[in-house]
Design a protein. Structure first.
Length: 255
């Protein structure tokens, strides 16, 4: 067990399994996650795949320092942030004003145009996770992972168990939890994979109409600006909306 795995699991204080890396195909990981998702519904836990890195360890250490807490106090601190999340107005966060984010008028008009971009055929469909690969390799393989059995049946609370965020444009843990609660109640969206700068959600319900998918794409954008701004050249909200119509995985990352 390396130091990052030990620190993260000591912070969580729950049962877990180690999923060894080196896999070119993540079929076994997806099967493991889905198995624990169903098992957890019966046994009172929610599975969370954690990508252990020194950066994530540092984020948790800063979280403890900012709250003047020791790792022994983690359970109490997690519960405090779960309570904080109940006071967050997720609607305000997901329905921001683009003029309050950017001051470049030309770029603002580009984003507003993107909001109305058509949904066309050929959009990407995601049905498995992707953030746990080592993409520095010529042939990417999965890294070592923690599958934590988080002791809650409220999946949205997982954002408070691994306190990443609060940097750049990434929302803080309590805001993430409030937004995840809304998406869970509407789409059965489970926070499933977390790294120091990524979240992936497993989604059991997709938008029913193109209009709903377009609204969801805008929510995804305000939750994670990079989901469109940094994705690829000529990417727009129409493509993101199309992806949400068919995908079982939502992917977010913050530079």
């Amino acid at each position: 067990m390396n130091e990052d795995v030990k620190f993260i699991t000591d912070f969580l204080k729950c049962d877990y399994e180690i999923i060894e890396g080196g896999l070119e195909d993540d079929t076994k990981i997806m099967e493991c996650y889905k198995e624990h998702l169903e098992k957890g519904k019966k046994e009172g836990y929610t599975p969370l795949i954690i990508i252990p890195t020194d950066t994530l360890t540092e984020a948790i250490e800063i979280f403890l320092e900012d709250n003047d807490a020791e790792i022994e106090d983690s359970k109490k601190l997690i519960n405090e942030y779960i309570e904080k999340s109940k006071e967050v107005n997720y609607k305000d966060y997901l329905h921001q004003n683009i003029e309050d984010i950017y001051d470049d008028k030309e770029y603002i008009e580009k984003i507003k145009k993107s909001f109305n971009a058509p949904i066309v055929e050929g959009f990407e469909v995601f049905d498995s996770f992707g953030s746990y690969y080592d993409y520095s390799l010529d042939n990417p393989v999965t890294v070592d992972l923690i599958l934590a059995k988080i002791p809650t049946t409220n999946p949205y609370e997982l954002a408070c168990y691994i306190p990443m965020g609060g940097f750049n444009d990434c929302p803080n843990p309590e805001t993430q939890a409030a937004i995840f609660k809304y998406w869970y109640e509407k789409y059965n969206a489970y926070p499933a994979v977390v790294g120091y700068d990524t979240w992936e959600l497993w989604v059991e319900k997709q938008p029913k109409t193109e209009e709903e998918a377009r609204e969801l794409a805008i929510e995804h954008y305000y939750f994670c600006l990079d989901r469109v701004d940094q994705y690829s050249e000529n990417y727009d909200h129409g493509k993101l909306a199309g992806t949400s119509l068919k995908s079982y995985v939502w992917y977010f990352w913050w530079d």
